[in-house]
Design a binder for this molecule. Structure first.
Ligand code: DX5
Ligand code: ZN
Length: 225
């Protein structure tokens, strides 16, 4: 399976968002990762549905809304209406993740589920049949440009193994936080199939080269069951 690259716009210039999105689109990223933060679930605040709606008009790339909010159930409908393709919720943010995942699916959107570095993989095990993405946080969510937490690598493997043993080959294992040319191969070797990168892409003055370098860093790197 070819590793997918998602550009996180958290590190983009929000005053020049359309331009910055076009840059990663021409660089050949597979999707756009939009970090939605509410200053409750994480100590930072970003953007919500109205901005996502505007982003939708600017790109053909699939959009993933990564909801780092306390009440994800308040936002899934709005995000679907705004035109996202994937809504990823945090298992820590809701007491009924399965019903929320099913609701997202009913809205015609692919559901994803995410776990923080401190959250055990068994919290997502019963959701694996019902999601399209498992997003393993490799930093504590809230901010870009943090260091990749190596201690999350065994969790990536545990998720990939569970999916493999159930024949769920189409579910992506995404990693988010501190992904760069050094950490991407480690994540892919551990089982990641999707790389979310913000500062490694937008922090470079040559976005196209940064995406190419990231892709090249995982060429020939595979997870072995
Ligand atoms: C962090 C966000 C990430 C962030 C990653 O809370 O969920 O998507 O943009 O940024 P980098 O790639 O800079 O670590
Ligand atoms: Zn994210």
């Amino acid at each position: 399976m070819r590793v997918k690259i998602a550009a996180s716009i958290l590190s983009a210039d929000f005053a020049r968002l359309a331009e910055d999105i076009k840059r990663v689109e021409s660089a050949g990223v597979d999707l756009l990762h939009i970090d939605v933060m509410d200053a409750h679930f994480v100590p930072n605040m970003t953007i919500g549905p109205p901005v996502v709606k505007c982003i939708r008009k600017e790109t053909k790339l699939p959009l993933e809304a990564h909801l780092m909010v306390d009440k994800p159930e308040w936002f899934v409908e709005e995000m679907a209406k705004a035109g996202v393709d994937i809504v990823t919720i945090h298992v820590e943010s809701t007491s009924r993740p399965l019903s929320l995942v099913n609701r997202i699916r009913k809205l015609g959107v692919k559901p994803g589920v995410s776990i923080n570095p401190a959250t055990k993989v068994n919290r997502v095990t019963r959701l694996l049949d019902d999601v399209d993405i498992v997003l393993v946080m490799t930093v504590n969510p809230g901010f870009g440009a943090q260091r990749f937490m190596l201690e999350t690598l065994p969790k990536i493997t545990a998720v990939r193994r569970s999916l493999f043993s159930r024949g769920l080959d189409n579910v992506d294992v995404a990693v988010d936080g501190g992904v760069n040319v050094k950490t991407a191969p480690l994540a892919v070797k551990a089982g990641a199939t999707m790389l979310v990168a913000g500062s490694a892409i937008y922090g470079s003055n040559n976005v196209a080269k940064a995406v190419k370098d990231l892709r090249r860093s995982v060429e020939g790197v595979y997870w072995k069951p």
